[in-house]
Design a protein around this ligand. Structure first.
Ligand code: G6P
Length: 372
């Protein structure tokens, strides 16, 4: 009913709007006044976490994209090797797991059969399993050694939005906590990021306030067949997520690529007026990647692509090559997906509406897939 949708036309719009609160709720009580992380609820003793020598993340769909970003955060802040794998592939390849492996299973519903089977397999091999989940008491957390709940609240729309942002927050918390417990040379950076994370909900809110041009752009592309998405580092999983949203909602051919791979094939797809969304890394910090993406944008534009560029406020270098420029707030590099994903959600939702599709219940999809 309209009341359930809080005045919005679709649950998805409501859930997109709820993201600042979902993010804040997921952080609530987990960062103390001194800026330290307190994840006592994990119930895995720090002594065990100090011994972990490998992290494996398993998930499906949107949660898998959160896991891809988590890998970068975990390896950077903890120096523990981490791999992220599609849950449906994981147990069929005889993965190497033992008592010192921490497996993280990410799932909004807590009922996805592929993810459940992957964690059962991991536990059989003696690995410790931590669930990151949005649904209290669901099967995945019940069968795990520990759980860190995301506090997105119920997500009704099939295409995941607020659950994704809170999965990212939970992953950052785990990564930062592992770094804190184990003590790394990134101590100062960890403290700075914890500080920025505490303020990130406000930044998500700022993004939401500037979405009208994105909706307008989406409507103007309703007649297109294909949209490509490019990104690097954390921007690559964001590109995959942007493409997934467009497939799910707009039923369009959409593909995400690592921008560095462009020259190894995808550039052959570029043709006159093809919309290409590019997620640009911050020009600060990893500026090498920024410069490389700027040349990618020039290359595709020279071949006639219509460039839709998502870039940090103050990043002037990209502006001359952007047919459409979507600004996002300045964040630490690893946190950027919390703000760069939001325009892609709005973009897909508006395109679906413009194409007359059912936004909350896309054809052929289920909110939670309880078969293998
Ligand atoms: C389904 C949904 C996706 C979701 C995936 C994983 O395919 O349509 O939106 O990302 O399952 O769901 P989970 O509940 O495990 O996060």
């Amino acid at each position: 009913s309209a009341a359930e949708k809080g005045g919005y036309d679709y649950f998805m719009l409501k859930e997109i709007a709820e993201q600042p609160k979902a993010v804040a709720d997921t952080l609530l009580g987990r960062i103390d006044a001194a800026g330290s992380l307190t994840l006592d609820e994990l119930r895995i003793p720090d002594s065990v976490l100090r011994e972990v020598d490998k992290v494996v993340i398993v998930a499906c769909g949107t949660a898998y994209h959160a896991g891809m970003i988590a890998k970068l955060a975990i390896e950077h802040w903890t120096r523990i090797p981490c791999e992220t794998e599609l849950a449906s592939e994981f147990r069929y390849r005889d993965p190497i797991l033992d008592r010192r492996t921490l497996v993280i299973a990410i799932s909004q519903s807590g009922e996805t059969m592929d993810t459940l089977m992957a964690l059962r397999h991991a536990r059989e091999q003696g690995a410790k399993v931590l669930a990151i989940c949005n649904t209290n008491g669901s099967t995945i957390p019940r069968e795990s050694d520990a759980v860190l709940y995301t506090h997105a609240g119920p997500e009704v729309a099939v295409a995941s939005t607020k659950a994704f942002l809170t999965q990212l927050v939970a992953c950052y918390l785990v990564a930062l906590y592992l770094g804190q417990v184990r003590g790394t040379k990134w101590g100062d950076e960890i403290r700075a990021v914890v500080h920025d994370l505490a303020a990130i909900a406000t930044e998500v809110d700022r993004v939401l306030e500037t979405m009208e041009p994105v909706r307008e752009l989406a409507r103007s592309l309703a007649g297109k067949n294909t949209v490509l998405f490019l990104g690097r580092h954390v921007g690559y999983p964001v590109a995959l997520e942007g493409a997934l949203k467009l497939k799910e909602l707009a039923y369009m051919h959409a593909e995400g690529f690592a921008a560095g791979e462009l020259k190894h094939g995808p550039i052959a797809l570029i043709e006159e007026d093809l919309p290409v969304v590019v997620v640009v890394p911050s020009p600060r910090g990893r500026s090498v990647l920024h410069d490389k993406i700027v040349s990618n944008i020039q290359e595709i534009r020279a071949r006639g692509a219509r460039t839709i560029v998502i870039a940090e406020e103050g990043d002037e270098a990209v502006a001359p090559y952007a047919d459409h420029l979507i600004r996002i707030p300045v964040t630490p590099t690893l946190l950027q997906p919390l703000v760069s994903t939001v325009p892609l959600q709005v973009f897909a939702c508006e395109l679906a509406t413009a194409r007359g599709n059912e936004v909350d219940q896309p054809r052929n999809l289920a909110k939670s897939v309880t078969v293998e």
